[in-house]
Ligand binder design. Structure first.
Ligand code: ARG
Length: 420
């Protein structure tokens, strides 16, 4: 009789390969391996073949880069989502999509469970589990690595005993995850926050010291917050990100070193490489500076932070996200335009921006001919603007001894300079 099935998020690495066998033995389930291409730069067909050799009864590999860009990466860009102001959220954005696709496969195949290879210490287990519980509460969740609690040696012994392929090449000294939006690197020597990441940490960005001695300029066009063209050529999001990762990476742009607050209560040291994401966030923000009204721009920073937190915390499929997205789309209505960014030795510098919806009005800003700003109105405005402060100074702070009697507080009024 056919056994019940489980859909396993399969990366082709040691953990998930061992998991195929371990789930067979421990839970008596047949494994359907699920692998998708989010732009991590791996041959997913080769991974699929490996899954079948490793004992999966079925293996699915699909290219979902466009879904990832259109529904996850670009919306997060429009929202300005940088976790703790630094991390563009590559890994965090990939998880809900993978989990959702796995649920779809599980339903198609009538599987009774889903499984992933996350440890019990990270954020990724939360993102997977919460998404599964939200979209398919009837599915059992199996997390082999969290459950077996082996040392690496024990895991290798298990692999040897069951004839599971272990790559001949030395395993990376780091734990990494990557997709189009960025590369996440942690563990090993990076666990010491004082240690500068060694050269082998990086794969997408050159050491800024070895970057070209000539700067390179890129021009990015946005349409209602979405990037639509690079250097004068219209392109789909996936191509645009892939191109920009190469160009910016060549100039050493996109390295991030972050002591980050995990959802599970731990502070951890994470290194990221996100050349395209960093340049796009800079460029996008710049078009916002030109096109968003002052109060909209300020309010947006609050939304950005909330949005980043909910992505990081695995709450993609929440109603708050739906609500914030409605705000973001509305807020991005006039965020169409072009930013010019100069890439040079690890830096991405904005050097120009334009938009047909620009709120930068030359006729208001200019000191030259054609000025339409009413300077005479400024005097009255300044009086009213400063009234609260001038009143307070007159009746309290500057009243002299007796009036300004808080000597225990540091003074904001500097003393007269000492004369020689
Ligand atoms: N700290 C990041 C996050 O929680 C990245 C985790 C990626 N995993 C890894 N094996 N490096 O989104």
């Amino acid at each position: 009789m056919a056994r019940d099935k489980v859909v396993l998020a399969y990366s082709g690495g040691l953990d998930t390969s061992v998991a195929v066998k371990w789930i067979n033995e421990t839970y008596g389930l047949d494994v359907i391996a699920y692998t998708c291409d989010l732009g991590q730069g791996q041959d997913i067909q080769a991974i699929r073949d490996k899954a079948l050799r490793t004992g999966a009864v079925e293996a699915i590999a699909e290219d979902v880069r466009n879904l990832f860009v259109d529904y996850f990466a670009f919306p997060s860009l429009m929202a300005g989502a940088l976790y703790e102001g630094k991390y563009p959220l590559a890994t965090a954005l990939g998880r809900p999509l993978i989990a959702q696709l796995m649920v779809r496969v599980a339903k198609e195949y009538g599987a009774v469970a889903v499984a992933h290879g996350c440890t019990g210490k990270g954020n990724d287990q939360v993102r997977f589990d919460v998404t599964f519980q939200t979209l398919a509460p009837e599915l059992k969740i199996i997390a082999p690595v969290r459950e077996w609690k082996w040392t690496r040696t024990q895991e290798l012994e298990y692999a040897a005993k069951h004839g599971i392929e272990v790559e001949a090449t030395k395993k990376s000294i780091f734990s990494t995850d990557q997709n189009l939006w960025g590369r996440s690197i942690e563990a090993g020597i990076l666990e010491d926050p004082w240690v500068e990441p060694p050269p082998e940490t990086f794969q997408w960005t050159v050491d800024p010291r070895n970057a070209p001695n000539e700067p390179e300029e890129v021009e990015i066009v946005f349409d209602r917050g979405r990037p639509v063209a690079l250097n004068g050529t219209d392109m789909d999001g996936t191509t645009l990100i892939e191109e920009l990762n190469k160009i910016a990476g060549k100039h050493g742009v996109g390295r991030i070193d972050h002591i980050e607050n995990r959802l599970v209560g731990i502070k951890s040291r994470e290194i990221y490489e996100a050349p395209a994401a960093i340049v796009l966030h800079e460029a996008h923000r710049e078009v916002e500076f030109l096109t968003l009204a002052k109060n909209a721009l300020r309010f947006k920073t609050l939304v950005s932070q909330e949005y980043a937190d909910l992505i990081y915390n695995g709450l993609w499929f929440s109603s708050l996200h739906q609500d914030l997205m409605a705000f973001v789309v509305s807020n991005q209505q006039y965020v169409s335009g072009t930013a010019r960014v100069k890439l040079f030795k690890g830096h991405a510098m904005i050097v120009g921006r334009k938009s047909e919806h620009s709120l930068y009005r030359h006729e208001l800003a200019t000191y030259e001919e054609g000025d339409q700003y009413d300077s005479s109105a400024a005097q009255g405005f300044i009086k009213i603007h400063g009234l609260s402060q001038t009143t307070q100074a007159k009746h309290q702070m500057l009243k002299g001894p007796g009036g300004a009697g808080r000597p225990e507080l540091p003074s904001i009024i500097p003393p007269a300079p000492e004369s020689k």
